[in-house]
Design a protein around this ligand. Structure first.
Ligand SMILES: C[S@@+](CC[C@H](N)C(=O)[O-])C[C@H]1O[C@@H](n2cnc3c(N)ncnc32)[C@H](O)[C@@H]1O
Length: 296
C-alpha cells in the first residue's frame, strides 16, 4: 500500500519554540557578522527601507522577534528618543546583544530615552491592546511556530490607524537570478554559515528550508488581511530576495464593524466572551532588561 499523502506532503521544518530558541541562542555571538557577510551588507539597507516605510512615527514602536535589535535601534535612531521603542524576542542570548548595542549607541546620545528590550514570545505579547503606533518584524515571522497567531498578536497590540511592517526573505521570480540565488542559498550559504557560526541546530540549512516553506507575496498579504490589516501592500527588494509588507490596522469603527459581523456570523445569539490580554498565566513573564548586560 502506498501512502501518497505522506509522499506529497512537503517536509516540515522543525519550528518548535525550543529548537528556535536553542538555534538562535547558539548562533547569537556571530549572528550580526553572519547577517552582514551573507547578505553583502544589504540587510542594513532593507532595515532602513522598513523604517522609511513607517512614515512619520507619532507613537510607540514595537519590533517583535527583534533578535540583536537592529530594526528596533534603527527606529530609535529615526525617532531620536521622541517615542518609546521596544524590542521583544524570546531568545535571551540575542536580546543581551541588543541591550549591549543599545547601551553603546545611547552613549553617543546621552540625553535620549533608551530603547527597551523585553523577553517575550511573539505569540503571547505581554502588552495591552492598541499600545503601539508601529509594529515591525524583520526576518522573524517565518520563525514563529504559529504565523497566524503571531500576526494576530501584532494586530492586537497595534492601535487603530497604526502600521505593521513585515520584512522577510523571499525567492526571486526572475529565472536566471532565481537560479543563481537558489544555488547560493542552498549550497554556499549553509557552508559559510556553519563554518562561521558553528551550531548543532544546522541553522544555515534551516534558513533556506524555512524560506522555501514560508508564504510570500500575495499569500502572506492574504494572511495579514485575515489578521485584520487592510489594506496590505508589499514590494520586492533587491530582485525579490526580500519583500517588505505593509499593513494598516483600520480605524476603530471599521474594526468594530468587522468584529461584530464576524461575531454575529459565528454566534448569533451570544456575545463573544472577552478575554483580558495576556490572561494566560502559562505565558512567559515579562522581563525588562536594562542596558547593563547580565549573565545568561
Ligand atoms: C532571524 S532572527 C531576526 C532578528 C532581527 N529581527 C533581525 O532583523 O536581524 C529571528 C529572531 O526571531 C526570534 N523568534 C522566533 N520565534 C519567536 C517567538 N515565537 N517569539 C519571540 N521571538 C521569536 C528568534 O529568537 C530570533 O532572535
Amino acid at each position: 500500500m502506498t501512502h501518497l499523502a505522506e509522499h506529497e506532503a512537503p517536509p516540515r521544518v522543525d519550528k518548535s519554540d525550543e529548537r528556535i530558541r536553542r538555534m538562535f541562542g547558539e548562533i547569537s555571538p556571530r549572528y550580526d557578522l553572519l547577517n552582514h557577510v551573507l547578505s553583502g551588507g544589504i540587510d542594513i539597507l532593507w532595515r532602513r527601507r522598513t523604517v522609511r516605510a513607517a512614515g512619520a512615527v507619532d507613537g510607540p514602536v514595537l519590533d517583535v522577534c527583534t533578535g540583536t535589535g537592529d530594526l528596533a535601534l534603527a527606529f530609535w535612531k529615526k525617532t531620536r528618543g521622541s517615542v518609546p521603542v521596544v524590542g521583544a524576542d524570546f531568545t535571551h542570548e540575542m536580546l543581551l546583544r541588543a541591550v549591549q548595542k543599545s547601551g553603546r549607541r545611547r552613549s553617543r546620545w546621552p540625553g535620549r530615552e533608551a530603547a527597551a528590550f523585553v523577553l517575550a514570545d511573539a505569540q503571547r505579547l505581554p502588552f495591552a491592546d492598541k499600545s503601539f503606533a508601529v509594529v515591525s518584524v524583520a526576518f522573524g515571522l517565518r520563525n514563529v511556530a504559529d504565523t497566524d497567531r503571531g500576526l494576530a498578536e501584532m494586530a492586537r497590540v497595534c492601535r487603530p490607524g497604526g502600521r505593521v511592517l513585515v520584512l522577510e526573505f523571499s525567492m526571486p521570480k526572475n529565472r536566471i537570478i532565481g537560479g543563481l540565488y537558489r544555488f547560493y542559498f542552498r549550497y554556499i550559504l549553509p557552508r559559510i554559515g556553519q563554518l562561521l557560526a558553528r551550531n548543532r541546530q544546522a541553522a544555515y540549512e534551516y534558513l533556506p528550508q524555512s524560506v522555501a516553506e514560508f508564504p510570500q507575496g500575495e499569500a502572506l498579504a492574504a494572511r495579514m488581511r485575515a489578521a485584520g490589516f487592510e489594506p496590505v501592500t508589499w514590494r520586492s527588494l533587491t530582485f525579490g530576495i526580500a519583500t517588505l509588507y505593509c499593513g494598516i490596522k483600520p480605524a476603530e469603527s471599521r474594526v468594530e464593524d468587522r468584529e461584530s459581523r464576524a461575531g454575529a456570523a459565528a454566534t448569533p445569539s451570544a456575545p463573544a466572551p472577552s478575554m483580558p490580554p495576556n490572561s494566560d498565566s502559562s505565558g512567559p513573564r515579562l522581563s525588562t532588561l536594562d542596558s547593563r548586560p547580565s549573565g545568561p
